[in-house]
Ligand binder design. Sequence first.
Ligand SMILES: CC(C)(COP(=O)(O)OP(=O)(O)OC[C@H]1O[C@@H](n2cnc3c(N)ncnc32)[C@H](O)[C@@H]1OP(=O)(O)O)[C@@H](O)C(=O)NCCC(=O)NCCS
Length: 333
Amino acid sequence: MKHTHIIGVGGYLPEHIMTNDDLAKVVDTSDDWIRERTGITQRHIIAKDEYTSDLATRAGAQALEDAGMSINDIDAIVVATTTPDMIFPSTASMVQHKLGGKGFPAWDIQAVCSGFVYGLAQVDGMMRGGMFKRVLLIGAESMSRILDWQDRNTCVLFGDGAGAVVLEYKDDEGGIIGSVLHCDGSYRDLLRAKHAHPGASPHNDRLDMNTDAAGVAAVEMKGNEVFRFAVTKLGEVVHEVLEKYDIKQSELDWLVPHQANIRILKATAKKLGMSTDQVALTVSKHANTSAASVPLALNDIYRAGKVQKGQLLLLEAFAGGFAWGANLVRWSK
Ligand SMILES: CC(C)(COP(=O)(O)OP(=O)(O)OC[C@H]1O[C@@H](n2cnc3c(N)ncnc32)[C@H](O)[C@@H]1OP(=O)(O)O)[C@@H](O)C(=O)NCCC(=O)NCCS
């Protein structure tokens, strides 16, 4: 029977690393506080002359290489991002051009930190419907460009990066089993970036205190309320997706969660009866890279040689909106 398979995986993190101690020079915080409350020790920050599409292009190129494909083998590019280069055209169209592709469809989707999980569900549905045979799906963000670097409640939590997968619809064992998605817009004010911004371009660099953008409120969050809701809804959605596809939690090999906070990840693993070494953990080194965090976590365990053919993976994410969801994948690579 035909399914959508992950046949290539890639990731890219900008070179510049900002540690908690570096951050403590910018805002009133400490390494101890950040580690203890979030599990984060450092984050990667995009270079002044880089765009989200550059991170996405590098991750996409690595995923293509891993799949043994060229851009000419691809039927569509989908980029999940909250921090597009510009309001338009789409970051996906930039990535298509930078990878040397032409003609096939390319578009962005926006579900903040759940963007990749939403994207995987969307592309899988389109492939099952016969639209495409091979798709490059990327989650890419430069969150540092939409943070208020004077707000210690938010700026310590995020980082920049990109993760990518090549998806192929083919007759083979395993592949994407299915997905569950949710959104409840009544919580829209608890986590948001309400100011329209001119794209996450270097012209909007909030780390540069000399630009007009510095200190302008961007990402705003009621951390405590987000935390409580995330733990509850993620606990529910992981069980919902298992029930929907008639799979027991004891069959799971890997949890590949959105990397917002180590305490949220551990709470979800506990609800699934999974040990910490069954969880893809990158929050310590990457912080929250929004739509990039799930594919970067997947890339991390994949490149470490930890994921075996036939294993069962549960991907999940929680985001502003609130928007949340989960995907079940039988690894077939
Ligand atoms: C943000 C978060 C780490 C804060 O942890 P917390 O245990 O809830 O901490 P609180 O918000 O209760 O803040 C406790 C104190 O620390 C202070 N504080 C907040 N950020 C701080 C920082 N970076 N450094 C030092 N102190 C800080 C607060 O001002 C508060 O001080 P007060 O008690 O004097 O008012 C946590 O709520 C969280 O992870 N929320 C979910 C975030 C998330 O997942 N977002 C993305 C979803 S996609």
